[in-house]
Design a protein around this ligand. Structure first.
Ligand SMILES: [Zn+2]
Length: 104
């Protein structure tokens, strides 16, 4: 099976072949502050054994943006501490086990 190549791997736009890419790292979203708010992978990771909605942000994103056509790709960074949430809102779909289906 072949997978489409990523902008991150090739440093080239997979849509138009463009070779000029903007890299925005960390990717930010608008906020009350002029610099914006870094966008976290999970803004409310649990702290220890208790799952809470207390802010404990994990991870960030980097954005690759083609200067020619605008096509963009987001990549998560620093998410090694990510934990599944009991309510299923954060879960790992692990397809490395051949017996596992996508809807377990
Ligand atoms: Zn492009």
């Amino acid at each position: 099976m072949r997978y489409p190549l990523s902008m991150k791997a090739t440093q080239r736009c997979p849509k138009c072949g463009g070779k000029k890419l903007w890299l925005i790292d960390p990717f930010r979203v608008p906020s009350d502050t002029a610099g914006g708010q870094e966008m976290f992978v999970v803004p409310h990771q649990s702290t220890g054994g208790w799952v809470s909605l207390r802010a404990n942000p994990v991870g960030s994103f980097e954005l690759f943006l083609c200067a020619a056509c605008g096509y963009s790709e987001l990549y998560a960074k620093s998410f090694a501490e990510l934990e599944a949430r009991p309510d299923g809102s954060v879960r790992l779909l692990d397809m490395t086990d051949p017996k596992a289906g996508p809807f377990r």
